[in-house]
Write a protein of this length. Structure first.
Lengths: 322, 313, 302
């Protein structure tokens, strides 16, 4: 429990520092958000009106005041208004967060299942052709950019084979979201995200299981006449998973990165892809909210991992040490 | 982010119980190629990786000298050609040779990657040196900052910086450096902490040398090999970052033939079935990254274990 | 049930070296009898136990025979495929009481979970509590994790696990390591009881006092070879091999004089008698490898 409190104590200054850093960067930015907002019309707009907008957005105030105002609004649930989409930021995020969580959630499930199974198998059959194929692919995959893998997947499964749609949430013609249509559009983004995130997991599980297979308790389990599958899954893998739980939490930043790129490649209407649009339009309120969201996700991931570890390891649970 | 980040691997300690001098796992069911074959394969891989890197670096340095500006040659008559003897990697949608452009792209990506790596190792080195040499509260505070930066999603942070400061090579270098200096900081700090305990430092202190003088005269020369290696290992990260930003349209200006820009451009042709204009630039990201990580593995096998864990190899 | 080990040898292949762990071992063990395999650490005793159960790593080569004779059709443990060993032998015909029992339990699961699992997989109908009770454990001891078990409790859990499949042959690999004297005595008494119940018991130990309490027969191992094999009583009153004599003389209750020198490394065994450099009786004849050849001892001077 103490470690959880520590995390929380660390999270608050972290979030404050990140958000303040964002404001400082925005202040230092050479872009004029009002010009960005008006686009072409900036040429013909009365400077008086532009000053009005600037005052309305609070841009003429000192940095600290802008920041505290934003922070105050944040605490009351007001995230401001997106300048590029001209909608409340909360609404923009609300509409898209679900789709991101859907893709990321599915990808996590696929990645865990596949990574654990294949990693364990590779460790068990260490040095076999299967192991070498798996580790070779995983290393190459670690080195390959996610967006490139996504494009190759589109080329193979959409362009060449024509099995799956290349992107989007639904077919262009349809006006409502139906489950079968959604499922078909979900396959490639989920598969690519899971595949790209699974290689570290797989390599980690493999390494970890290889280490555990040398332990006496595995010999002990074998000597008792247990089936190899039981030895492998209920003794070796189960013990090997402990360190992995904490690392899982530390991998959330990579998951966020993967989600941004995958959503962008597959034109998926989630929050991660929206980040790119917000960035291209220099839409500060939206970008700030999304960055904050991502940092929150990282903090939450670490916290969850610590909690899960406490629950999973009897030594920590009972003795209260880590 | 990729390759060398596998996190704090929770390596288990050796066998409990009695001393066993036989190696490897119990479980005589499996015939294994054993350590011999593994070591041989590994050595072969390292030689191959080194060779590949040498060829790529040579190509990046020499080809532009020979080919000049051919890569920008727009030739609409030969647009969208698949790979052939004349154009080994095919041509893109305006008829530019993909092979030539990829080499230029790799050159741009390598230069940006190198710059970003140098800057991030420089920042990290300074912070690590300060933390290690100062010790105490300053050290703990700085390491908290390092933890904080590690908790950020790097790409998102990079996007944020680039978005607010017009996409340019400088913005990319800064955004990569600002998010990646932490690794070098950890390495340098742990190295300095170990150096502090060495006799020659004690000797220098008792000889009346000041803090700064000790840092410059004694720490820096001892840190040089680690800093060099950290820089080399950082380059693939930086390249990866640069290509991701460029791919999203937030990186280098579109006219520059960076690998990320090329893959981004290739997207359209890909949907039409022209796979080569995206495939090959991607391979040129993958191959050097793999080669560097293979060399990193080689170093890891020989490196000092404390340093190894900091590198997260 | 009878175990007949016939010319069993184990070699480990390391990069640039070969370990002679067991060389040409021969002995017999019948039900109701207890054989103690004694010798210094690193002489190959534990490898023998693992070889019988087929638990050696992939770089080991096992030759010779180890016949497990249950009546009609004897089974060669050396030649048997892994499937047979896993599904018919381990846990069912041979139970292993491992060295440092707590380390042989999976740390993230309770003793009860592991005992119940073993019973289920071996197709037994007893409850874990019944088995625990027989091994002298209270039911709530079973809800502990391995790191919460005391040495004695871990030992009893290990016994219960080894007996889960009611195997006729028990192999105890250094069962007394790390235990204090009362626990050693209790463990030995327990092994003796298993033996008196009609099981065959093979005890591997470096503790001669413990061996004396339990064994019907003694096999002395030195540098991968069995150098003396005799009944317990004559052995303890008058050992034949100079090494056996040295071992007994090293006991605190006897002369308390250690054998000079160190045993040879198993990667570099001499052609002649491996005990030669430490032996008070050594002569030129010892350059020839002394063999048992049906006698009780492998020594030119005994």
């Amino acid at each position: 429990m103490r470690i959880v409190l520590w995390r929380l104590a660390f999270a608050v200054p972290l979030l404050l520092a990140v958000t303040f850093g964002m404001f400082a960067l925005a202040k230092a930015s050479p872009f004029d958000p009002v010009r960005q907002y008006l686009g072409e019309r900036a040429m013909v707009t009365d400077p008086q009106i532009m000053a009005g907008i600037r005052a309305n957005w609070g841009l003429d105030r000192p940095l600290l005041e802008q920041y505290t105002t934003w922070l105050g609004n944040l605490l009351t649930g007001d995230l401001g208004e997106s300048r590029s989409l001209r909608l409340p930021v909360a609404q923009v995020i609300g509409e898209r967060l679900g789709w991101t969580l859907l893709v990321v959630g599915c990808a996590l499930v696929v990645m865990l299942a596949a990574g654990l199974a294949v990693g364990t198998l590779a460790a068990w059959r260490r040095d076999s052709w299967l192991d070498r194929l798996v580790t070779g692919t995983a290393f190459a995959n670690e080195a390959a950019p996610v967006f490139w893998v996504g494009l190759l997947a589109i080329w193979v499964f959409s362009v060449t084979l024509g099995w799956l749609p290349a992107g989007g949430l639904t077919d262009a013609a349809s006006t409502t979201v139906t489950l079968p249509d959604l499922a078909r559009h979900l396959v490639l983004p989920v598969a690519v995200l899971a595949f790209s995130q699974s290689s570290w997991l797989l390599l980690f599980v493999r390494e970890s299981v290889i280490g555990v297979l040398r332990e006496d308790f595995v010999t002990g389990a074998r000597a008792r006449g247990l089936r190899e599958r039981t030895v492998l899954l209920r003794h070796a893998l189960r013990s090997a998973l402990l360190p992995f739980i904490t690392i899982m939490g530390a991998r959330v930043p990579e998951l966020v990165t993967g989600a941004i790129l995958v959503e962008s490649v597959f034109s998926w209407p989630g929050v991660a892809g929206t980040t790119i649009k917000a960035a291209l339009a220099v839409d500060f309120p939206l970008l700030a909210a999304l960055t904050l969201l991502a940092t929150l996700a990282v903090v939450a991931g670490n916290l969850l991992a610590d909690l899960a570890y406490t629950v999973a390891d009897p030594r920590v649970r009972v003795l209260g040490v880590s | 982010m990729n390759v060398t980040r596998t996190g704090k691997a929770g390596r288990r300690s050796g066998t409990a119980g009695g001393a066993r001098w036989w190696p490897g796992a119990a479980g005589g069911t499996l015939r294994r190629a054993g350590a011999d074959g593994r070591a041989r394969r590994r050595a072969r891989r390292h030689r191959f990786a080194l060779g590949t890197l040498a060829v790529l670096v040579l190509a990046v340095v020499l080809v532009p000298l020979v080919a000049g500006l051919d890569q920008q040659l727009v030739d609409l008559r030969s647009a969208g050609l698949p790979p052939s003897p004349a154009h080994a990697f095919g041509t893109d949608e305006v008829g530019r040779d993909v092979l030539l452009r990829s080499i230029y792209g790799l050159r741009v990506s390598m230069l940006v990657g190198l710059a970003a790596a140098v800057v991030s190792v420089f920042i990290g080195g300074l912070v690590g040196l300060a933390a290690g040499a100062a010790g105490g509260i300053a050290d703990r505070l700085l390491m908290r900052v390092v933890d904080g930066f590690n908790a950020l999603p790097h790409l998102l942070f990079g996007i944020f910086i680039v978005a607010l400061f017009a996409p340019s090579a400088t913005a990319v270098v800064v955004s990569v450096a600002v998010t990646h200096w932490t690794t070098a900081a950890r390495i340098v700090r742990s190295e300095v902490l170990s150096l502090r305990g060495r006799p020659f430092v004690d000797a220098a202190v008792s000889g009346g040398s000041g803090r700064l003088r000790i840092v410059v005269r004694h720490f820096l020369p001892n840190l040089a090999p680690q800093l060099l290696l950290a820089t080399v290992l950082m380059i693939p990260h930086a390249i990866w970052h640069e290509t991701a930003l460029s791919f999203l349209g937030l990186g280098l200006p579109a006219h520059l033939a960076s690998l990320g820009n090329m893959i981004n451009d290739g997207q359209r042709s890909l949907l039409a079935g022209d796979w080569w204009s995206s495939l090959f630039p991607g391979l040129l990201i993958l191959v050097p990254t793999l080669a560097v990580s293979s060399l990193a593995q080689y170093v890891r096998d020989r490196a000092n274990p404390r340093w190894r864990s900091e590198l997260n190899l | 049930m009878k175990l007949r080990v016939d010319g069993l040898s184990v070699r480990f292949h390391l990069p640039g070296a070969e370990v002679h762990a067991v060389t040409d071992a021969r002995f017999e063990l019948r039900e109701g009898r207890c054989l103690a395999l004694v010798g210094e650490s690193g002489c190959g005793k534990s490898v023998m136990a693992h070889a019988l159960l087929g638990l050696l790593p992939g770089n080991a080569t096992v030759t010779g025979h180890a016949w497990l004779d249950g009546g009609d059709d004897p089974l060669d443990l050396v030649a048997a495929p892994e499937k047979v060993l896993a599904r018919q032998v381990r846990g069912r015909l041979i139970g292993l009481i491992p060295q440092s029992p707590a380390a042989h339990l999976t740390p993230v699961r309770t003793a009860r979970a592991q005992l119940a699992e073993t019973l289920r997989e071996l197709g037994r109908t007893e409850t874990p509590d019944l088995l625990a009770d027989r091994a002298g454990l209270r039911p709530d001891d079973l809800d502990r994790y391995p790191h919460q078990l005391s040495g004695g409790m871990a030992q009893r859990v290990a016994n219960a696990l080894a007996l889960a499949g009611d195997p006729p042959l028990i192999v105890a690999d250094e069962p007394t390591t790390g235990l204090d004297r009362p626990l050693v005595d209790a463990t030995m008494a327990e092994l003796r009881r298993l033996c008196d119940d009609g099981r065959a018991v093979l005890v591997i130990t470096h503790d001669l006092r413990a061996a004396e309490r339990v064994a019907d027969e003694i096999a002395v191992m030195y540098a991968s070879r069995i150098v003396e094999l005799s009944q317990a009583e004559p052995f303890f009153s008058g050992p034949l091999h100079p090494y056996s004599r040295g071992l007994l003389d090293a006991l605190p209750s006897r002369r308390f004089v250690p054998i000079p020198g160190r045993p040879p490394e198993l990667t570099r065994l001499p052609d002649g008698c491996a005990f030669l450099p430490r032996c008070p009786l050594a002569t030129a004849a010892c350059e020839d490898q002394p063999l048992m050849n049906g006698k009780k001892v492998a020594c030119h001077h005994a």
